[in-house]
Design a binder for this molecule. Structure first.
Ligand code: ATP
Ligand code: MG
Length: 724
C-alpha cells in the first residue's frame, strides 16, 4: 500500500506525531505549526496503516466550520473511508450520543434542543410563575448562572443550600427550570454536555462499551475545553484506548466562558505514558509576523513555553496605521483591501478582525460606500442585530405610530406585562376594524376585550411612545436616539444582562447613537426629517449588499471567531488602550494575559501581510473619546514594524519614506483636496480641523471641527476653505 501521501509534506516532528505507535500524545505547539494538519493526517494514518476501523475513532474540534473542514480533509486523505467515524464539536457528539441512548439518559426519544433564545424565554416564564420580579432579578442573570453551573458539572443538588439569599434564589430557579425542561423533554446546550457526561458516569456498562469502541480519541484546540468537556473525555479514557490532544496554551481565549488551560497540564500529569511532541516550525506566517507575535506573547507569565521559527522570508513589515479617527481607520482598511485586489488577491483573502462586535459598524459603512462585498462571519450585520432592531422600532413608532411591525416588536420589550393573549386580541381588533395596532389597543380597551391590567399596560406603553416623541421633537438625531434607548428601558434591560452577550448589546446600542451622529442625509432624502432619513438608511443597509454565498467577499469577524483560521492579509483594528485590552481587563493581570493571547491569535492568522490599526479618537456612545495606542503595539519589536501616518499633526518623527506615502495616501483618499486632521481656515467660521469627508467631485463635502463655531459639514466646492 502506498502511504506516502500520508507523510509527504510533513516535517520530521510532524511525521513523528502522525506515524507514532498507539500511545497517548500531547501535541503542544504554537500557532500555524501544523497542529490541525497533524491531527488530520494522524486520523488517516490510524485507519490506513494501523488498521483502526473508522468507527473506532472519535475526533473533536471547536467550531462547526472547523469540524466540516476536518471531515473533508480526512475524506480526501482516506479516499472517502470515514464511515462510522465520530467527528464533530463537543455539542454535536454529545447530541449524537443522547439520541442513541435517550432512555438511558432519561430523555424522551423525541427530546428537543433549546437554543439560547428559547432558554431565555423559558426562564422568564419560570420567573413569572415563581413571582420573581424581573426588574430586580433579570432573567439573563439566571440563564448565565444555570449555564455556568452546568459547565462545571453541577446540578442544583450538588450546590446544596446557600446562606446567601441571592444565591439561594438562583439555585431555586435552576431547580425549577430543570424540572420544567425535564417534564417537556427539552435539552439546552450546556445540558447536552452534562447529560452526556452523566449518561456514561451512571451507566458503567454503556461507558465500557464506548471505551472499547473508541480506541483513538483526538481533540483539537484542547486549550479551550471547559470542566465538563474535559471530565467527559476523562471518563472515556481507559487502558485500552489512546488520546491525542492538540493545543496551544498561548491561544487559550475562552477563560471567560469557563475554559481551563490547566486541563493541558492535567492531561500531561494524569496518564503516565503521555508522549509530548512539540512542533516548532511555523508554516503560516512570514518571518516578521512570526517574530513580532512571539515577542508579544513572551510578555505573559506562566506559559508552558514554546519556540517557533520559520524558514520563510522576512516578508513585508507589519504596517501600523495611526488613524486620525475611526472613520479614517475604516477608510484606510478599505483602501488597502482594494489595493490588495489590484495586486491580484481576492477579496476573501482579506480578513478584518476586531475585539467587539459593535466595531463592525463603521467598517461596514466604509465597505458599502466603496461597494466592496463583505461577509460577517459568525455574526450579524450591524443593522440586523436584535438590539438595534429593537431600538429602531422605538424610533419608527415615534415617527409613525401605525408601524405595526415595530409596535409588535417592542410592545413588550422590555417586559411590561403585555402578554401574547393581549397582543392576539389587539391583532384581531386591528384586522376586523382595519386599523393599526396602536389604535387597536385603544379600541380593544373600549370594547372591554382587555382586562384592566392589560388595558393599563397597553395605555402606559402608548404614553411612553407619545412622551418620547414629544420630549425629543427638537433634539438632534443622535440625542433623540440616545434619549430613546434610555427612555424605552432597552439600555437598562441589556445592562442588567450578565456576560459577554449583554455587554455586546449595550455596546451596539451605544454605537447606534454614534451612527446617528455621523449620519449624513443623502440628497434623495431631501424634505424628510433626519429621523426618517436615518431610518430608511438603516432599513436599506440591513438588506443591502449581501455577499452571495459563492461571491468573494472580505471576511469580517471578531478575534474570537478567527481562531484556527488563516488569511493572506489580516487587518486588526481598534488596537487601542481601553478597546484592546479593554478597560476592565487592563486592570486585572489574569484578564490582561487572556487579552494578550487574543492579540496573539489575531496576529498569527496573517500569512503575508498584517496591518494593525488604531485611531486617535473615536466616537463611542456619541462622544468623542481619545485613546492611546495599545500596549500590545508597544510590546512589538520596532524592527518588524512600519509606521503609516496620514495626519500632519504628528508628534512622532517620521521617516521621509512614510511621509511620502502619507501625502500620496491622503490625495488618494477622497476628492476634497483636504486630508483628515488637516488644519484649515474659513472666512466666517475661523480655524478648524478636518474630521471627515464624503462624496466626490462637485458633491464632495468635508466635516470641520471649528474652534469657535463647532462642527460643520461644508461643500468643498463653495466653502472657501483654505489650509492653515
Ligand atoms: P492554529 O494554532 O492557528 O490552529 P495550527 O498549528 O493548527 O494553527 P495548521 O492550520 O495545521 O496550524 O497549519 C498552518 C498552515 O501551515 C496551513 O496552511 C498548513 O497547511 C500549513 N502547513 C502545516 N505543516 C506544513 C508542512 N509540513 N509543510 C507545508 N505546509 C504546512
Ligand atoms: Mg489549528
Amino acid at each position: 500500500m502506498d502511504i506516502s501521501h500520508l507523510i509527504d509534506g510533513l516535517n520530521d516532528k510532524q511525521r513523528e506525531a502522525v506515524a507514532a505507535p498507539s500511545q497517548n500524545m500531547l501535541v503542544l505547539a504554537g500557532a500555524g505549526s501544523g497542529k490541525t494538519r497533524v491531527l488530520v493526517h494522524r486520523i488517516a494514518w490510524l485507519t490506513q496503516v494501523e488498521g483502526y476501523s473508522p468507527a473506532s475513532i472519535l475526533a473533536v474540534t471547536f467550531t462547526n466550520k472547523a469540524a466540516a473542514e476536518m471531515r473533508s480533509r480526512v475524506e480526501q486523505l482516506s479516499e472517502g473511508r470515514t464511515f462510522g467515524m465520530w467527528l464533530g464539536t463537543f455539542h454535536s457528539l454529545a447530541h449524537r450520543l443522547l439520541r442513541a441512548h435517550a432512555r438511558d439518559a432519561k430523555l424522551p426519544d423525541d427530546f428537543q434542543i433549546l437554543d439560547s433564545e428559547d432558554q431565555y424565554r423559558l426562564i422568564r416564564r419560570i420567573l413569572r410563575a415563581m413571582n420573581i420580579d424581573e426588574k430586580q432579578w433579570p432573567a439573563k442573570q439566571f440563564q448565565w448562572y444555570i449555564n455556568a453551573r452546568k459547565d462545571e458539572g453541577q446540578r442544583p443538588g450538588d450546590i446544596g443550600v446557600s446562606d446567601n439569599p441571592n444565591e439561594q434564589k438562583h439555585i431555586e430557579v435552576y431547580r425549577a427550570y430543570q424540572e420544567s425542561c425535564d417534564r417537556a423533554g427539552l435539552v439546552d446546550f450546556a445540558e447536552l454536555l452534562l447529560r452526556a457526561y452523566e449518561l456514561w458516569k451512571f451507566n458503567p456498562a454503556l461507558l465500557a462499551h464506548y471505551q472499547q469502541r473508541f480506541r483513538y480519541i483526538l481533540v483539537d484546540e484542547f486549550q479551550d475545553t471547559n470542566t465538563i468537556q474535559y471530565a467527559w473525555l476523562r471518563l472515556l479514557q481507559c487502558p485500552s484506548n489512546h488520546m491525542m490532544i492538540v493545543g496551544d496554551d498561548d491561544q487559550s481565549i475562552y477563560g471567560w466562558r469557563g475554559a481551563k488551560i490547566e486541563n493541558i497540564q492535567d492531561f500531561g500529569s494524569n496518564a503516565d505514558d503521555v508522549v509530548t511532541i512539540r512542533l516548532e516550525q511555523n508554516y503560516r506566517s512570514s518571518a516578521n509576523i512570526l517574530k513580532a507575535s512571539n515577542h508579544l506573547i513572551e510578555h505573559n507569565q506562566g506559559r508552558l513555553g514554546k519556540s517557533l521559527w520559520t524558514d520563510d522570508k522576512d516578508g513585508e513589515a507589519i504596517s501600523v496605521y495611526a488613524a486620525f479617527n475611526d472613520v479614517d481607520e475604516a477608510r484606510f482598511v478599505v483602501a488597502r483591501v482594494q489595493q490588495a485586489v489590484e495586486q491580484g488577491l481576492s477579496l476573501s483573502d482579506c480578513a478584518i478582525l476586531y475585539r467587539n462586535n459593535a466595531q463592525s459598524r463603521v467598517l461596514e459603512e466604509a465597505l458599502m460606500q466603496e461597494r466592496v462585498a463583505y461577509k460577517i462571519y459568525g455574526g450579524q450585520r450591524f443593522f440586523e442585530r436584535l438590539e438595534i432592531k429593537h431600538a429602531l422600532s422605538y424610533m419608527r413608532l415615534i415617527s409613525n405610530s401605525s408601524d405595526d411591525a415595530s409596535f409588535e416588536r417592542v410592545v413588550n420589550t422590555p417586559t411590561r406585562g403585555i402578554g401574547q393573549r393581549t397582543i392576539d386580541i389587539m391583532r384581531q381588533v386591528a384586522r376586523e376594524q382595519q386599523i393599526s395596532m396602536w389604535q387597536a389597543g385603544i379600541k380593544a380597551a373600549e370594547l372591554g376585550l382587555l382586562n384592566a391590567r392589560a388595558a393599563g399596560a397597553v395605555a402606559r406603553f402608548r404614553d411612553l411612545i407619545a412622551q418620547l416623541a414629544e420630549q425629543t421633537q427638537h433634539y438632534d438625531l443622535h440625542e433623540q436616539c440616545d434619549h430613546v434607548i434610555k427612555g424605552s428601558g432597552l439600555l437598562a434591560m441589556f445592562q442588567a444582562e450578565k456576560g459577554e452577550k449583554g455587554q455586546a448589546r449595550v455596546e451596539n446600542l451605544e454605537e447606534l447613537v454614534t451612527a446617528a451622529q455621523q449620519f449624513i442625509a443623502p440628497e434623495e432624502t431631501e424634505g424628510m426629517t433626519p429621523l426618517i432619513a436615518f431610518l430608511s438608511h438603516a432599513a436599506l443597509e440591513a438588506g443591502d449588499n449581501q455577499a452571495e454565498a459563492d461571491e468573494s467577499a472580505v471576511q469580517l469577524m471578531t478575534l474570537h471567531s478567527a481562531k484556527g483560521l488563516e488569511f493572506p492579509v489580516v487587518f486588526m483594528v481598534g488596537v487601542e488602550e481601553g478597546m484592546f485590552p479593554s478597560q476592565q481587563s487592563s486592570e486585572e493581570s489574569g484578564r490582561l494575559e487572556e487579552e494578550r493571547r487574543l492579540c496573539y491569535v489575531g496576529m498569527t492568522r496573517a500569512m503575508q501581510k498584517l496591518y494593525i490599526c488604531h485611531a486617535e479618537s473615536r466616537r463611542l456612545y456619541g462622544k468623542e473619546v481619545f485613546h492611546s495606542r495599545s500596549r500590545f503595539i508597544r510590546e512589538l519589536p520596532s524592527e518588524c514594524l512600519e509606521e503609516i501616518r496620514l495626519t500632519t499633526s504628528v508628534s512622532q518623527p517620521l521617516t521621509s519614506d512614510s511621509r511620502f506615502s502619507s501625502i500620496r495616501e491622503s490625495q488618494a483618499f477622497g476628492d476634497t483636496g483636504f486630508a483628515l486632521g488637516q488644519r484649515v481656515q474659513h472666512p466666517k467660521f475661523g480655524f478648524g480641523v478636518v474630521l471627515n469627508y464624503e462624496g466626490s467631485g462637485q458633491q464632495s463635502r468635508v466635516q470641520v471641527q471649528f474652534e469657535e463655531a463647532g462642527s460643520k459639514w461644508l461643500v468643498t466646492a463653495y466653502a472657501r476653505l483654505e489650509s492653515a
